[in-house]
Design a protein around this ligand. Structure first.
Ligand code: NDP
Length: 241
């Protein structure tokens, strides 16, 4: 079902987003991915995808800026035509305890992780409706399901993404547009590089961090799962059981 269709992936230059871009390209999709500043990584990924004979292009775009989102989606529409899949993956952390957290640390994390997904969805949905086809997948987190000390901003944004997911799913199900979320646990990426691995692994039932490819596989499953909408799929090694 994915072959030959177009996907838009935010935060595609590194980590989980990069694995999603590669997986969708391997599945035969054309992929437009967004990044904020990591141009060298973005160019390298486009080269790697070219070896797979996949049409993949990178666009520099801050997802928290509405004008940039609008202009980028316009450029993608021109380059690829209508997109069938949007993966809202771009995310940042800025951890701290609530009593000492600065307002800009709170709003900064909400702006990228939650408002970014809202803006991308808002501005891609009209084309999906016109095209009578669409699927949105939001990358949430187990922090959004259960909270996490030191991450009130991040957990609030990720919980917000679940509300956004279910609302979009309900608003557009009658038009055959689906919206789901993936809630990863601890995944081996730039975001988790400074965490105490042995300590963390001791708390994960499957005994290890997840691999970025394992999140990409969940995304590919949801992109193809024609009868699944409004779902939150945990991919977390059992940490949130
Ligand atoms: P990384 O830090 O490795 O990558 C983040 C990506 O988001 C980069 O491509 C980055 O672009 C992009 N990005 C950041 N800010 C913006 C912005 N304002 N506009 C556009 N792109 C932006 O993160 P991960 O791969 O680890 O995480 C990906 C997603 O998965 C995030 O939403 C994260 O919250 C979620 N997640 C991760 C977990 C983990 O353990 N790693 C666990 C649970 C959820 P650039 O390279 O240009 O800066």
């Amino acid at each position: 079902m994915l072959k030959g269709k177009t996907a838009v992936v935010t935060g595609g230059s590194r980590g989980i987003g990069r694995a999603i871009v590669l997986k969708l390209a391997e599945e035969g999709m054309q992929v437009a991915f967004l990044y904020r500043s990591a141009e060298a990584e973005a160019v390298a990924l486009c080269r790697q995808c070219a070896e797979l004979q996949a049409k993949v292009r990178a666009y520099a775009c801050d997802v928290s800026d509405e004008e940039q989102v609008k202009q980028t989606l316009k450029a993608i529409q021109k380059d690829f035509g209508p997109a069938s899949l949007l993966v809202n993956n771009a995310g940042i952390t800025d951890d701290g305890l609530i009593m000492t957290m600065k307002e800009e640390s709170f709003t900064g994390v909400i702006d990228v992780n939650l408002k970014g997904a809202f803006l991308m969805s808002k501005h891609i949905l009209p084309a999906m409706l016109r095209n009578k086809e669409g699927c949105i997948i939001n990358i949430s987190s187990v922090s959004g399901l259960f909270g996490n000390p030191g991450q009130c901003n991040y957990a609030a944004a990720k919980a917000g993404l679940i509300g956004l997911t279910k609302s979009i799913a309900k608003e557009y199900a009658s038009r055959q547009i689906r919206c789901n979320a993936v809630a990863p646990g601890f995944i081996d990426s730039e975001m988790t590089k400074d965490l105490d691995r042995p300590e963390l692994e001791a708390h994960i039932p499957l005994g290890r961090l997840g691999r970025t490819q394992e999140i990409a596989e969940a995304v590919a499953y949801l992109a193809d799962a024609a009868y699944v909408t409004g779902e939150v799929l945990r991919v977390d090694g059992g940490i949130a059981m």
